[in-house]
Each structure stands twice: as C-alpha cells, then as structure tokens.
Design a protein. Structure first.
Lengths: 338, 338
DNA sequence: GTGAAAGCGCTAACAT
DNA sequence: ATGTTAGCGCTTTCAC
C-alpha cells in the first residue's frame, strides 16, 4: 500500500473535490468577498486535503507580476554586503516580496546574468560596480523599476548611497590633528564607486602643502590583500595609512605587527565600515548604515513598482550619513570610542 | 517624437518581425538543431532589435520547472549565515540556478513563508531551526527536493552539518588541561540544533567528578546578548565560559573587561565560528567550513533535482569537520594560533 | 526545417 | 454567489 507522493495538485482537482468551479476556488482561496462562507470553507478543506498550493509561474503569468524583486551585488564576501542584503530582505519581506539574490563575481557574463534576473522580478536593486551604466539604462528603459545602491547615479534611476567624501574629509582632518603628514591611501578607486569617493575626499582634504598623499591600489579589499600590500605601503614610510575598508586595514594591522611596527605609535591605520572586528582590533574607522542602505533600496523599489505611470516622480537621490569612529589605531587619545 | 519604452516584447512580435512562426523563434533562440543558420540569424536579429527576453513565468509554466532554488535561514544577521549563503549562491550559480533567499526571523508565519517559497523553486535548502520537522516532511512529501543544513535530520531528507559534539569534547579537554574546573556554557540549546550539539558535547566531556558545568541560556546569540548575560555568568564564578558562538563570546569579553576581569587570567572565554573578529580579540574558538556547508547543500540539491526517479538514492548525511582554534582567551599558551 | 495547435495552471472578465 | 471562458507567453508534439 504505497503512499503516493502527491506531486502537484492543480486548481482543477481542488475544484472537483469541492464540487465547484475553478473560478470559485481561486476566489475562495484569495478571500474574495464573492463567496459564501460555506463554500469558502469547503474549498479550503479540499485544498488542505490535496495540499494544494497555486503554481507560482501560472499565477505570475496570469497576473503579469512576479511578486518578487532582486538584488545584485558584486560579491557577498565580507560582512558589508551581507548586512546590506539582510536589510533589503527584511524590508522586502515586510512589503510582501520574495527576493532573489545574484552575486556577479566569478560570472563569465555579469550583464547576461543580471538581465536574466531582471526577467524574474518586478524590480531590481543594483549594488556597486556590478554592471555598466548601459546595462542599467537598458534594463530601466524596459520599464522595470531599478534602484541603484552604493553606485554612481544613472539618468532617471533612483540612487541610495552612503556618504564618502565628507566623512573622508573629516577623517583626514582628524589625522592631520594627530600630526600625521605622510599619508598613504590603500585601495583601488577603480574597484568601486565607494572607494573612489573615499579617495577623492581624502585627496581633496589634504592640500599638498600640508601633507603628502600616496596611492597604493593593492589587489582587492580583503584581509589578504591588506597583508600583501603592506611592503609597498611601508616602503613609502607613511605616518598613516587610510584603508578603503576594514578588512584590508586589518590585514595591514597584521602585517605591521609582523614587521615589528607599533600601531599607532609608528604607524596610524584607519579602515572603513566599522565591522565587528574593527572594534576588537581598536581600529579607527567609519560607520555606515548598511542595513538602512538595503532597507531604503527595498522601500524605494516597492514604491516604484506600485506607483501608477501618472504619479511617477523624478528619480530620487539620497546619501545616508556616515561617521568617523575614533579608536586607538589612528593615534593616541585621551578617551576612546568603545 | 516620444521614445516609447519597449515594455515587453513577446515571442509573437519577434516571430512577426523575423517572418517566422513562434515555434521557430523558440527553437532558434534555444539553439535547437532544427533551424537553418540563416533563420536562426534572422530570429536573433529580430530578438535583439526588440530587446526580447522570454517571460520567465511563461517558460516555467510550459517547462514545468523554475530554474531556481531557494535557501531558508532563521536570520541573516552575523557573518555566519552570510558566509553559508555565499557559498550556496556561488555553487548554485555555477550549476545554472538562480537563488531565492528567505529569512524567517521576524515573520509572523515562517511555515507559510517557507511553503510559498517552495512554490517558486525546484529545490529547497532549509537551514537550522526555521521550521518544524512536520513542515519539512510535508514539503519533501510533495516531491520537492530538500536539503537540510545545520539541522537535525528528517527521514528521507539529505542533511549536511558541521561537527559539534567531537569538537566540543576537544574544547572541553583543552579547558581541563588548562586547569579549568568550574565551567559555564552560555547559549540556549533550544535555540538551534548546533547550540544543542555543542552543549551536549561539552556536557559529555565533563564528568561531574572532574568539573562542574553550569548552563546559562542567555537571550540570543549576538554581542548584546553576551554582554547582558555576563552578570548571571559571573555570579557562578566560573573559571571558564564556553559560549555558543563568537558574537556572544565577544560580548562576554567586553563585559568582563568592563567588570575589571582579566581574560584569560581571571576568566577563560571561548567562542564558536572563528569570525574575523575572534582573531583580533584573541578568542579561542572553533572553525567551521561555512562556505563549504553552503556549497555542499547547493550541490546535493542540484543532484536531487536532476536525478531520475529510478536512480534515486537514499538520503545522505554528512558532517563537515571543524577544529579548535587556540588563542589567548582560553588560558596562557607558549604559542598562539595566528 | 517550419508551422499549427494543444496545453502548462492560473486570474479576471463576462455571463448567469 | 458561482460558472464559463478567454487569455497570460512560452514549449512541444504532431503534421507537413
């Protein structure tokens, strides 16, 4: 007496079992007003018994919408992206959307992957340097709502990002106050719009008369990249090294220690992101609202998806505030941020 | 001369433009052998011009598959889940699947959310304590391939997890060697199968004659939970506190410092996960292959999705190896793990 | 090699 | 309040 796996019940089977038409089943299950409580109950029972769940593709095809949206990021490695995605998922969920994720790193054809994703969703959030402006513009011109996250704006498309320039300036000033004059920036501005913004801000805040700024691009934004870049950095004998993010800064910290350098006495180091590890490493860094970045993108996207063509507003831009978090690594202080 | 947004080209429009039938378009675009190179080219051109992308729902409906799979986790907070999800996405992508993610925390009805997700995918990975065995069994009985991750097995369903018991034992022995006898475990075994396993392993390895083990459940697995639980922990005046994960251990570290206790001299602390922060906090912990957990789940799921009913094999179980990473926080050593 | 037509499982008019 | 029916856009026999 084998128990057959009830592969897929369809609306027809439910209708038959409940003794009604498929239209009624559809209504009953979606709490339409147009069904008597009794029939509704009968249908529910039948659906229950058959373990019926409406086919999503069929529904989407009929309704013309996916009830899902997507987020594309260059890479999920490291706490930064994870936090953003988390904020995104939570908000999207609250708004009734499923979320599809796509990491483009290691893809042979990122643009194609993004386009394929675009076909599965009602709206798309694009993070950082995943695809070119043209690809973004192409997708947006399809009519698909798009929100850009931590990325340079594209005409007519909403953009949310975290502040880089001003906070980089604040960081630079802080470093100058500490007496640091020979400063190295570690990070490749071509890697991401954020890195570019941080470098630009730093550069603008350090007039060449007051300080000397060297750029070391390094090879990536993770711990190993930081370690690996250390020799090149140390060669220029800087007072301070400003790193594009925390992970790379942490790598520098490790390498400096290895090299017998004391931080901050011999070398000041700063990061960006305020990861958990930064706190324990005593790393001066910049805090950015990662969850809120994701959440904002999800909210904006939802708004776009549900706005009628007539009420369509102009593209929005927002820069979320970031702040310097002062700890040991940038120089000796009286009080330190916990 | 307004430029109209080419909202949605359908296969019919492409067919018309190319002067062929929709069947031919379908074939041409999917590289069927049954089309002359010329027609294929003509169709491609038309598709290109119209920016045509096949509707995913329509395709899925016709093909009876989604070309996507899903992963459900309790919460994306903290580096642990993020790493697992990353490993999962990368592998799924390499295997040609899109991935849908779902975080059940904060959902009013996790089971419903999971079922809804199940309707969107060809296979599902369920992590930790997101839904009951019954829900899992229910979904699996539908015929939908399911893989369990970091969770107790369910009959007939594949399971991958990281080792807890043996490594907890090793950790216990290490603590005993350090002379610690009064030990507190911080973490709620009811929170997750992993925590339960870690506590059980520890308990088994600490015979009551040799040591005294106290359980403090605390309230969650993050930094704040660790800080908050500190008073209760310190009340029992333990030599060592074994924490369910790194974040909570880091919280204890902070609180201990606040209370004027030296680690490890006055109190030994250990964590679990080997987060980046653990390294910088000098925290003794357990390393687990998070990426590989996700990757394995994705691979297994793919295999299940593509296996024919005839070749269906028995449910697989695998426990990936974990290892103790010795650092400062568990007691004074000659050499420390970097 | 290509076309016609039958679904795939649902929603939403339109009828009753 | 419920049933009938026409799509939604694609894949895939089955003819030609």
């Amino acid at each position: 007496m084998a128990m057959k796996a009830l592969s897929k019940a369809t609306i027809y089977q439910v209708a038959q079992l409940a003794g009604v038409s498929i239209a009624t089943v559809s209504r009953a299950l979606r709490d339409s007003e147009l069904v008597t409580p009794e029939t509704r109950e009968r249908v529910r029972a039948a659906a229950q018994e058959l373990q019926f769940t409406p086919s999503r593709p069929a529904r989407s095809l009929a309704e013309g919408r996916h009830a899902a949206n997507g987020i594309v990021f260059p890479d999920l490695v490291g706490p930064y992206y994870a936090e953003v995605v988390l904020g995104y998922e939570a908000t999207a969920a609250a708004l009734g959307s499923s979320v599809l994720i796509l990491a483009t790193n290691g893809r042979r054809d990122p643009a194609a992957a993004v386009r394929e994703l675009a076909g599965r969703v009602d709206g798309l959030t694009v993070m950082g340097r995943t695809v070119d402006d043209e690809v973004v513009a192409g997708i947006a011109s399809t009519g698909l709502p798009v929100v850009l996250l931590a990325r340079d704006p594209v005409d007519g498309v909403d953009t949310v990002r975290a502040g880089n320039t001003n906070t980089a300036r604040a960081l630079a000033e802080h470093l100058l106050e500490h007496g640091h004059r020979t400063i190295t920036f570690l990070g490749d501005p071509d890697d991401s719009p954020d890195v570019a913004g941080r470098y630009a801000g730093l550069k603008a805040a350090l007039p060449s008369k007051k300080a000397r700024l060297t750029l070391v691009r390094g090879n990536g934004l993770d711990l190993d990249a930081g370690c690996a870049a250390a020799p090149e950095i140390l060669a220029s004998e800087p007072d301070a090294v400003v790193c594009a993010n925390d992970e790379v800064a942490l790598g520098v910290l490790l390498a400096a220690e290895e090299a017998g350098l004391r931080v901050p006495e011999d070398l000041a180091v700063t990061g960006w992101d305020d990861l958990l590890a930064a706190r324990f490493a005593g790393l001066t860094t910049v805090r950015q609202p990662m969850r809120e970045l994701g959440a904002t993108a999800a909210r904006w996207l939802d708004k776009r998806i549900n706005e009628s063509p007539s009420e369509r507003t102009a593209a929005r831009r927002r820069i979320l505030a970031t702040e310097v978090v002062t700890r040991r690594s940038c120089g000796v202080h009286e009080e330190v941020h916990p």
